[in-house]
Design a protein around this ligand. Structure first.
Ligand SMILES: NC(=O)c1ccc[n+]([C@@H]2O[C@H](COP(=O)([O-])OP(=O)(O)OC[C@H]3O[C@@H](n4cnc5c(N)ncnc54)[C@H](OP(=O)(O)O)[C@@H]3O)[C@@H](O)[C@H]2O)c1
Length: 311
């Protein structure tokens, strides 16, 4: 992350050890080498509403632990945390997560990639002419001159050309370093790549979700683009959060002495070296467990069972 002040590396000995011992756990995200298991900021406040000093301090401490453990890819948005029931989202407090990220981590470690998303607003999808304002708000909230990675998080557009074109222009102006797209189909990826390089696609994907994103996941692998699933842990529980009950997942977890969340994450990572994870949590214990999912090797039988749940 390019700080607006001089860069300072705050990587600890512990995180360098992790980085050295797990070089195979990385992916080249465009110009950046990121650990395949990152961190999603949507759940930073947990079930608490994002007000109050205590929630904020706990979230800041968690973020510092994220970085201390060697995670160098944080996924955020101005509209995090957001809550809601299945299929609905309410934006509680704009810029809360970004503000906590800034206060906990700036000046940022040099190798930290902070990915943001623009598009959704409380009134629906932003118009193309509104995107610059959203990008500038992210720059201000995160305290940087240039955003590492910005996704166009689209909503039900058949063509994303106009919206993505605005972000590509902001990239040429130096406000954005790399671009991604989210909530998209294969034809959107082709369309975007005609306009500017895409380094990441972020779509919903999990055990049990079905095969609708298999084609774009595979295409991303062929093109050297990261595929970054959201809801990999919470799956069908979606906005409500938590880990859904599943006997087969529970049985596999028990055989490995692992948690169900770890099995779900390990399955995600098994889908290809370009598939990253950004589990969201408000819990230090869950954070540490999620990072351990990278060490869980599922057997061919486990994968057959989990794949069948997903068909
Ligand atoms: N592009 C998009 O449209 C979009 C949409 C949604 C999300 N996202 C991004 O994707 C990230 C991941 O999605 P998500 O956070 O919504 O869902 P998720 O990572 O699939 O699951 C998060 C939920 O699982 C729980 N959890 C996490 N780790 C756990 C563990 N080890 N054991 C038990 N429970 C665990 C969390 O609760 P605890 O707090 O109790 O751990 C939280 O309720 C988000 O943070 C966000 O950055 C993007």
């Amino acid at each position: 992350m390019q700080n607006s002040q001089e860069n300072t590396t705050t990587t600890t000995n512990l995180s360098s050890e992790i980085a050295e011992s797990k070089s195979s756990e990385f992916w080249q995200l465009g110009t950046d080498r990121v650990r395949r298991i990152g961190f999603g900021a949507k759940r930073l406040a947990g079930s608490a509403q994002a007000d109050g000093v205590e929630v904020r301090e706990r979230a800041a401490a968690l973020l510092r632990r994220v970085v201390e453990l060697g995670v160098n890819h944080i996924d955020t948005a101005a509209f995090y945390p957001s809550y809601g029931g299945a299929g609905q989202t309410s934006f509680e407090s704009l810029d809360w997560a970004n503000d906590v990220i800034w206060s906990a981590l700036a000046p940022y470690p040099k190798d930290l990639v902070i990915a943001t998303k623009v598009g959704p607003t409380p009134l629906g999808l932003a118009r193309p002419d509104e995107l610059r304002g959203l990008v500038e708000a992210d720059l201000r909230a995160l305290g940087v001159d240039c955003l590492d990675l910005v996704y166009l998080r689209q909503m039900r557009l058949d063509s994303i050309a106009e919206h993505f074109g605005v972000l590509a222009e902001l990239q040429t102006k130096g406000l954005i370093r790399q671009l991604g797209i989210s909530n998209v189909r294969v034809h959107h990826l082709h369309e975007a790549r005609e306009i500017a390089p895409v380094v990441a696609v972020q779509n919903r994907y999990s055990v049990g979700f079905g095969r609708v994103n298999d084609e774009i996941l595979q295409l991303c692998g062929e093109l050297g683009i990261a595929f970054i699933p959201f809801f990999a842990v919470t799956a069908e529980s979606r906005e409500a959060g938590g880990v859904p009950d599943s006997d087969p997942v529970q049985q596999i977890a028990a055989r490995h002495g692992a948690t169900e969340a770890q099995v779900r994450l390990a399955w995600t990572l098994s889908r290809g070296p370009h598939v990253l994870a950004i589990p969201g949590t408000s819990s230090r214990h869950h954070l540490e467990q999620n990072l351990e999912a990278g060490n869980l090797t599922l057997t061919p039988e486990d994968l057959t069972t989990l794949n069948a749940l997903t068909d």
